[in-house]
Design a protein around this ligand. Structure first.
Ligand code: ATP
Ligand code: MG
Length: 1107
């Protein structure tokens, strides 16, 4: 079962009695005993119906965890053990779901835990209401307003280390969904006298200590403060440090909270400046200075402090100094300035400090309100949380205690009124008979204080406004006159002199019997405090500062707005605000938390019975319980009652189908509960006696055990059955699957066999069909073939016949023509001349020739000498003519071609022709040379300065000049040489220097030899016996072999008119000195490119390797 569904009840595992209404027997002792018992077991909360009593545990209890919040969330009030969360949840849910504005009234004396309770309520509501970035920010701002207000408004007192010294009422506003929208805080009467003076053992407001302990060095320097507390007169020294309180850490918390709430950095700075100024004001001291008129005037002792304050507040020092020395009274356009004596100066100083601090506090509350106010204008639901100072009875009670206690009286009254009214209304609403219960109504005390004509506050105001000398004593006198007869008022001088003998009552005191006890008030200071006077000079001085915050705090100091009207007194202001508060609370549904302080030592585990008894009495708790019990001890809606007890009756268990009211009736009748023990309301059952409830509870407990066994039994049975059914189901599934599997396997086998048989039959059938088809086709084909042959035969026979016929017709035609010709010739022979036939023949021939030439003219081929085409001859007899004509045309075409050339070009072509004749188809190198033009002079000897000398030595025209490689006759090595051919000589010269090595006349050359290969080697054979031939024939190699030999050949021919022999062979003989050497060409791999490598093998053989 999920955790949230575990239903525990107020009545489960109870320590003592959770709801005091159920106490039996009900006496003050049993009530206290119950509280103590529960307190000892850490159960600090106890209910009186819907009222929560909270006993301060003075220790941390683990009952405020998020898990607890979840536990109490959305649960009925009595469902779980008493807790403040149950009340908060109830309030929040009826606000959200029933649209009822709520207020949570937390009362109790100082230190009873009101503030803590209010924070718990707020944190619970924050935890359970809506979520989201915007909502969370609102929640955070609402929660963080607490530390700020506590720092400025709380102080350590004898009763409480964190005592609230102001009243606080906070309205939290929600939208229709229950999401918080914002809030409004109202503050009531800050105890400002604490700023200047604290009772022994108490402290000033926390913020002073926090600032001095937690402010950084820089901040303190900026605020002109010293860190030591003892530097400041306003700080109570004997209890400056509080155990367990870290002021420095709290200062950081406060600053952080201010930031979250929305204070700007400069605003925080301004606030701290005012705090510092207040602290420093306490250090201004005055000394008397005698004047001529015998009066003492006050003077500031040490102006340094004043100077620093003025610097802090941006104030003119002279202005403030004057305000501390003079007092201006203005009446009807008349200004009277009087000097202040020392006492008055101190009074003025303290008044300024108190006012400054009090106004700062009010400003802070307003500033927080500005931040947390709801932004949207939608209708809001409101939950008010009231945490107001508790009832105070001190040794010396003054105006503040009077006011505080008055406020508590009012709250008590509203409590009485609303609680009883609510209870009574419920009985009436439910139609239950109701007899009125008597209770103490404190309206009479409220009347004594607040009555407009003769109430104490009215008297005080009257006294303050009265012209003439007004003192606290005159006020008391007045009280004695007016209130003496009041039964709750006591004084020494009262007219009735009922108490004249009461020596416990000093002369300057009066006593009021409050609902919570008698309190004696000292009248001293009442008038002053009620007047709350601040000299006008001071407020004007404050208004003149440059400090924006301080200036705004003293608007009455503005001379323009100055009014002579007295401001309302503190008492009347408070009365008015309390009245507004009460009105506000009355419109809302109240929820009460009544806090009780278990001991005065602020210690855990101590339950001081007398102290608690006193609180129980004055809080009227017993009355409260009795009122609840006088009617019925317990009430519950029918639905929840039936839900809780329906198992006790066979008719209602397990289901009751009719209305829950009838169900409860049936149930109670069957249980035989006496009818006087309960009453049936409209929606609730009212149980008169707690014992009846407990009996019901006992029965329920026993029945629950039986039911548990029954449930167990049924559950086990159910579980076994479910298990069995599950197994059965699985078995069926498994067998179904197995059967399916086998059937499927069998089916597949059968299918395969069928398929094979089927395929065989189909194959056999198909083959049979094919055979038949083939036979049919063959039959068709043979018929066609026979038909074709027959037709062919017929066609050929027909063709033969037709040809024979045609031949015969032709023969007939020819014979007929010859016959006709013969006939015509015979007939016409006598008409012809002797040579006419010849003439006709000639004419015809002429015509044919004419036509032939004209047509030839059109068909002539191109003029290119290489063109080979020639039109076919048209007539057989022109065969010779046609060939001749082709020859003539070609020659003519060549001539035309030749005629285009210059002499020079002609010579070149002649040379090329010569080369072709010499080498074409004989030497392989020839083909390479065809496209190379023959330049002759490759060295440009006449132009090249290097060969100037050589050029000088040559007289004739140079036919060829080139570098060739000369092959050494002895070893076959090569050396470059200039090869120069003129018209009659060929000259060999050094390639580098141009030095002539040998000059050989061309006539001495007999022949030249070359190989058939692509190599460039050639031998020049010389005439035997000539001078040049002394060393033997020359062997050269050159790439331009074809050109060189052609030129050499032509030169010799021109010179001698003889053609030298050019031998082209792969083996030839050369004459070296006296030897005939065979030059043999062999093919092989070439080492140096295309150059042939020569090797002299022996005297007879020179081997040339060519590619
Ligand atoms: N529920 C609680 N659990 C633990 N400690 C608590 C609880 N309630 C109160 N206290 C302790 O008691 C101290 C006094 O409580 P708190 O300040 O709420 O009193 P108060 O009723 O507001 O008094 P005053 O009227 O002086 O402001 C707290 O500082 C805290 O230490
Ligand atoms: Mg408090």
């Amino acid at each position: 079962m999920p955790k949230s569904e575990v239903k525990t009840s107020l009545l489960d595992n109870m320590i003592g009695v959770g709801d005091s209404v159920l106490l039996e027997p009900l006496t003050e002792d049993t009530f206290l005993e119950n509280l103590k018992n529960r307190f000892d077991h850490s159960e600090i909360y106890t209910y009186i119906g819907s009222v929560v009593i909270s006993v301060n545990p003075y220790r941390h209890l683990p009952i405020y965890t998020p898990e607890k919040v979840e536990e109490y969330r959305n649960r009925n009030f009595y469902e779980l053990s008493p807790h403040i969360y149950a009340l908060a949840d109830e309030a929040y849910r009826s606000l959200r779901d029933q649209d009822k504005d709520q207020c949570i009234l937390i009362t109790g004396e100082s230190g009873a835990g009101k503030t803590e309770a209010s924070k718990l309520v707020m944190s619970y509501v924050a935890a359970v209401c809506g979520k989201g970035a915007e909502v969370n920010q609102v929640k955070e701002q609402l929660l963080q307003s607490n530390p700020v207000l506590e720092a400025f408004g709380n102080a350590k007192t004898m009763r409480n280390d964190n005592s609230s010294r102001f009243g606080k009422y906070m309205d939290i506003e929600f939208d229709f969904k229950g999401d918080p929208l914002g809030g409004v805080i109202s503050n009531y009467l800050l105890e400002k006298s604490r700023v200047v003076k604290q009772p022994r053992g108490e402290r000033n407001f926390h913020i002073f200590y926090q600032l001095l302990s937690g402010g950084s060095e820089d901040l303190l320097k900026q605020l002109k403060l010293e860190r030591e507390f003892n530097q400041y007169n306003y700080l109570g020294l004997d209890s400056a440090k509080v155990n367990g309180v870290d002021d420095a850490a709290n200062f950081r918390t406060v600053k952080n909270a201010m930031q979250i709430v929305g204070f700007m950095d400069d605003e925080v700075e301004l606030v701290l400046e005012v705090v510092a100024a207040v602290l420093k004001l306490g250090n201004i001291e005055f000394k008397p200075e005698s004047r001529v008129n015998g009066l003492d005037e006050s003077r500031i002792q040490d102006k340094n402090e004043l100077k620093e304050i003025c610097e802090l507040l941006g104030q003119d020092q002279a202005v403030l100094e004057r305000a501390f020395s003079f007092r201006t009274v203005e009446a009807k356009q008349e200004k009277v300035s009087t000097t202040l004596n020392v006492a008055q100066a101190y009074y003025a100083r303290d008044a300024l400090a108190k006012n400054l601090y009090n106004r700062l506090f009010t400003w802070l509350v307003n500033r927080i309100n500005e931040s947390i106010k709801a932004q949207s204008k939608v209708r809001k639901k409101v939950m008010g949380v009231l945490d107001i100072y508790g009832f105070e009875i001190f040794e010396n009670n003054s105006f503040e205690q009077f006011i505080i206690n008055y406020c508590n009286e009012k709250l008590q009254q509203i409590f009485i009124e609303l609680t009883l009214k609510e209870e009574q209304e419920e009985y009436i609403k439910e139609g239950i008979e109701w007899t009125h219960i008597e209770y103490f109504n404190n309206a009479i005390i409220c009347e004594l204080i607040e009555n407009n004509t003769n109430g104490i506050l009215a008297m005080l105001d009257e006294e303050c406004l009265r012209p003439g000398t007004v003192t606290d004593e005159t006020f008391l006198e007045k009280l004695n006159q007016v209130c003496a007869v009041h039964e709750r008022f006591e004084s020494r001088m009262s007219k009735s002199s009922r108490f004249l003998n009461d020596t416990t009552l000093p002369h300057n005191c009066f006593r009021i019997q409050h609902y919570a006890g008698k309190v004696m008030y000292h009248v001293e200071g009442f008038v002053d405090k009620n007047n709350d006077l601040l000299y006008r000079d001071l407020s004007q001085a404050m208004w003149k500062t440059n400090h924006v915050l301080v200036k705004s705090l003293f608007p009455e100091g503005n001379p323009v707005k100055m009014s002579l009207k007295r401001p309302p007194t503190a008492g009347s202001q408070f009365k008015a605000s309390v009245a507004t508060l009460m009105k506000n609370l009355q419109t809302k549904n109240p929820n009460y938390i009544r806090c009780i302080k278990p001991n005065d030592q602020k210690a855990p585990h101590i339950f001081a019975e007398a102290l608690v008894r006193h609180q129980v009495r004055y809080l009227g708790l017993m009355e409260n319980v009795r009122v609840r019990r006088a009617g019925y001890a317990f009430k519950q809606p029918y639905e929840s009652c039936l839900e809780r007890y329906k198992m006790l009756c066979s008719q209602t268990w397990p289901h009751w189908r009719q209305g829950s009211r009838d169900g409860v009736k049936v149930l109670l009748t069957e249980l035989q509960i006496p009818p006087e023990e309960f009453s049936y309301g409209r929606s609730k059952i009212f149980i008169r006696n707690p014992r009846t409830l407990f009996e019901l509870e006992d029965l329920r407990k026993r029945r629950l055990e039986d039911l548990a066994t029954l449930i167990q039994k049924i559950y086990r049975g159910w579980k076994c059955r479910t298990n069995f059914l599950l197994m059965k189901k699985s078995q069926i599934i498994i067998s179904a699957w197995t059967k399916r599997h086998f059937q499927r396997k069998k089916y597949l086998q059968l299918k395969n066999v069928t398929l094979i048989i089927q395929s065989y039959i189909r194959g056999w059938k198909a083959r049979k069909l094919l055979r038949e088809l083939k036979h049919q086709k063959r039959c068709e084909e043979s018929a066609t073939t026979i038909a074709a042959y027959w037709r062919g035969f017929q066609a050929r026979r027909e063709l033969k016949r037709l040809k024979e016929e045609a031949r015969r017709k032709h023969a007939v035609a020819v014979i007929w023509a010859y016959w006709l010709g013969l006939k015509v010739r015979r007939e016409y022979r006598k008409f012809f001349r002797a040579n006419a036939g010849r003439k006709i023949y000639e004419f015809t021939i002429q015509r044919i020739m004419q036509k032939y030439f004209l047509e030839m003219k059109k068909k002539l081929p191109s003029m290119s000498p290489t063109e080979k085409t020639w039109p076919p001859r048209p007539y057989f007899f022109l065969d010779d003519t046609h060939t001749e004509l082709k020859r003539i045309f070609h020659l003519w075409r060549c001539k035309k071609y030749r005629d285009q050339f210059t002499e020079q070009k002609k010579a070149i072509f002649e040379e090329k022709l010569e080369a072709s004749e010499l080498f074409k188809d004989k030497k392989a190198l020839y083909t390479n040379s065809v496209q190379q033009p023959f330049q002759g002079d490759y060295l440009e000897i006449s132009k090249n300065p290097k060969y100037q000398k050589l050029n000088g030595a040559v007289e004739e025209k140079i036919v060829l000049a080139d570098v060739v490689n000369k092959i050494n006759r002895a070893n076959g090595k090569v050396a470059p040489r200039i090869f120069l051919l003129t018209q009659s000589n060929f000259i060999l010269a050094d390639q580098k220097s141009g030095q002539i090595k040998s000059t050989i006349p061309v006539m001495d050359i007999t022949s030249v030899s070359v190989s058939k290969q692509t190599d460039g080697l050639f031998a020049v054979h010389l005439k035997e016996g000539s001078t040049a031939a002394a060393k033997g024939d020359f062997l050269f190699t050159s790439d331009r072999l074809i050109e060189i030999i052609t030129k050499l050949y032509r030169t010799i021919f021109f010179k001698t008119n003889q053609k030298i022999n050019v031998e082209i062979n792969n083996e030839f003989l050369v004459q070296f000195n006296q030897d005939k050497v065979c030059v043999k060409f062999i093919q092989g791999a070439q080492k140096n490119g295309n150059l042939p490598t020569c090797k002299r093998k022996n005297n007879r053989l020179l081997e040339v390797t060519v590619p």
